[in-house]
Design a protein around this ligand. Structure first.
Ligand code: ATP
Length: 361
């Protein structure tokens, strides 16, 4: 079992405002007392007993930490330190100050494909590095693609949230059904053995959305979305893709491929002519094509609205759960353990719906 620092994090860091919330806790800005430097502290409640689904398994935190230690790359959030107290583990992460890539883009009036490609390239470079280390992210979605800052003209991409990531051992057969319905690959839904190429499917979905403001498989419900993914039911609707280059569509088509072995890898994607044009004509096409900004802004506004709505629902449920636990605490000692924990009461352990609350599906 990995040993994390037992020091009290507050002795070394001043705890600041909430930067974001996830399934198992909060991320807060923290200021290192010795240097004054800002970091992001990811506070995660640890599951206290096998008979509760509340909190995160310590082994999962250990895995996230091991993966972050392995992944030192300019486009991947860096891990500085890890602290552990009785009830929680705190990861001290590089402070990613630029917000989400999708919000940055939605603030613009117009974006050429060639400009969007600069971001895609960095995402693929981070991912290519991760995959070269036999690590799959398995939760790629707009919320997990952030920017180093929002003041420079060309901020750096930072991939975050390695809570579902997996480090493959040699010849290991790994299955997982966690993820966010809009972005997961068919093999995840079918509970087939996974490889790092499942991430490349998500890149196909993210690129499709980025260019058109439409989500290729989104249904009215999560179940419908999953059915659409399995049926490979997507099209390039003319009204949404009128400003998109044919190379961009080809790029997406080579990622939204049912058989994971036939999908482009991150390395191959970086060599696709949409990303790395070979001829002048190809390069020029990318400067004449643009993303569908009106539709993209609409998609992003809806996504943010759903995230806020889900957050309020999660908070309400937390209050209800706490009241319930307090009421029963005298009767059942096991129940007492959930007083400091939070969980979506609808979620099944390690199910596809695990991340539903934080997702925009
Ligand atoms: P989820 O349940 O959504 O997967 P999680 O519990 O695994 O979440 P993260 O996704 O890592 O937590 O973080 C939650 C939110 O906190 C992010 O969406 C982001 O807004 C913010 N955040 C995370 N890491 C950082 C960071 N290093 N710098 C700034 N903000 C961050």
């Amino acid at each position: 079992m990995a040993v994390f620092k037992p020091d009290n994090v507050e002795d070394l860091y001043e705890i600041g405002e909430v930067l974001g919330s996830g399934h198992f806790g909060e991320v807060r800005r923290v200021r290192e007392r010795a240097s004054g430097t800002s970091w992001a502290g990811k506070f995660m409640k640890i599951r206290k007993s096998a008979c509760t689904h509340l909190g995160v398994e310590r082994s999962c935190v250990e895995q996230e930490v091991e993966i972050l230690h392995t992944l030192q790359h300019p486009n991947i959030v860096a891990l500085k330190d890890v602290f552990e107290s009785r009830a929680e583990v705190v990861l001290i992460l590089e402070f990613v100050n630029g917000g989400e890539l999708f919000d940055f883009i939605a603030d613009k009036e117009m974006l050429l494909e060639s400009e969007a490609i600069e971001f895609m390239k960095q995402i693929l470079e981070g991912l290519g590095f991760m995959h070269s280390k036999n690590i799959g992210h398995f939760d790629l979605k707009p919320e997990n693609i952030m920017l180093s800052d929002n003041v420079s003209q060309n901020p750096n991409i930072k991939l975050i949230d390695f809570g579902l990531a997996h480090h493959f051992q040699q010849d290991e057969e790994y299955r997982s059904s966690s993820g966010t319905p809009q972005y997961i690959a068919p093999e995840v839904i079918k509970k087939e053995p996974l490889s790092t190429t499942a991430d490349m499917w998500s890149i196909g979905v993210i690129t499709y959305i980025l260019l058109s403001g439409l989500s290729p498989f989104q249904g009215e419900t999560n179940e419908e979305t999953l059915t659409n993914v399995l049926a490979m039911k997507y099209e390039f609707y003319a009204q949404f893709f009128s400003t998109t280059s044919s190379m961009a569509k080809d790029f997406i088509q080579k990622l939204l491929v049912e058989n994971p072995n036939d999908r482009m890898t991150a390395e191959e994607s970086l060599l696709h002519p949409w990303i790395k044009p070979i001829t002048r004509k190809q390069a020029a096409k990318r400067n004449r094509s643009s993303i569908n900004m009106k539709s993209f802004k609409r998609f992003n506004a809806r996504r943010k609205w759903k995230m806020s709505y889900n957050m309020v629902r999660m908070c309400n449920r937390l209050v209800q759960l706490r009241l319930l636990c307090k009421g029963n605490a005298d009767a059942d000692p096991l129940q007492r353990q959930c007083e400091s924990d939070v969980e979506d009461t609808e979620s099944k352990p390690a199910s596809l719906l695990r991340r539903r609350l934080s997702s925009s599906s």
